[in-house]
Design a protein around this ligand. Structure first.
Ligand code: BG6
Ligand code: MG
Length: 217
């Protein structure tokens, strides 16, 4: 039986992955470096500071701890500026419909995101009330692919990982779900997300019946 669904935020519920990319690339450009789409996949799902570390190693650049903190602050300032202009139209297609169908069928809902901007973003887009539990980057100590964020979500909902589905658009997030013994749904490209139990291009391709059939439960 499916007792709970745990959703990643950026790139699954809301179309913010592109804004993270834009803000990181703007920062990279200040270092004379451009982030490719392929390299950007490595930044998805991981925390702000770890994303910066990935960029620095790709750019073969070193910064002091203070410079790293300033670079993260600057990236977040640009990112917050982008998302301040977002409205409900940038909730990804099918997200609200699926959340409402799951809730109507007594399936518990949690958010499992690395972002420290999750609560203001969900509030701004008027969908925070759909989430019984929110585990975000302000609550975790480990980054995906560590399963901590999803295990905390399942625990707070009072369900077991094997009774819960995780929805993820990042390779690290799919790995976190699998390591934590969750059922995993990849949202996006099959080539990137082949480790997921099942892959869809977006939440608009999914409903409860499709999930029950896919996982034979
Ligand atoms: C994840 C994104 O959801 O959150 C990453 O996929 C991002 O790209 C991470 O770096 C941290 O987000 P924030 O909003 O705390 O900088
Ligand atoms: Mg994501």
């Amino acid at each position: 039986m499916i007792k709970a669904c745990i959703f990643d935020l950026d790139g699954v519920i809301v179309d913010t992955a592109k804004y993270h990319f834009k803000a990181w690339n703007r920062l990279a450009q200040t270092m004379g470096f451009e982030i490719t789409n392929e390299q950007n996949e490595l930044l998805k799902g991981v925390s702000r500071m770890e994303s910066l570390e990935v960029i620095l190693s790709l750019a073969k650049k070193e910064l002091t701890q203070e410079e790293k903190i300033e670079a993260c602050r600057q990236k977040n300032e640009w990112y917050v500026e982008f998302i301040s202009k977002m409205d409900e139209k940038e909730i990804l297609p099918g997200a609200v419909l699926l959340l409402d169908e799951l809730i109507a069928n007594n399936i518990k809902i949690a958010l499992g995101s690395a972002s420290r901007n999750a609560v203001p973003l969900l509030t701004k887009l008027n969908i925070i009330d759909r989430f019984e539990v929110i585990v975000d980057g302000t609550k975790t100590t480990e980054s995906k692919p560590h399963p901590q964020v999803f295990l905390m979500g399942a625990d707070a909902l009072g369900v077991k990982p094997e009774e819960s589905i995780v929805f993820e658009d990042s390779v690290s997030g799919v790995q976190a779900a699998n390591t934590g013994n969750f059922m995993s749904v990849g949202i996006g490209d099959e080539d990137q997300l082949h480790e997921a139990d099942i892959i869809f291009s977006g939440l608009n391709d999914i409903n409860l019946l499709i999930l029950q059939r896919a996982f034979a439960i």
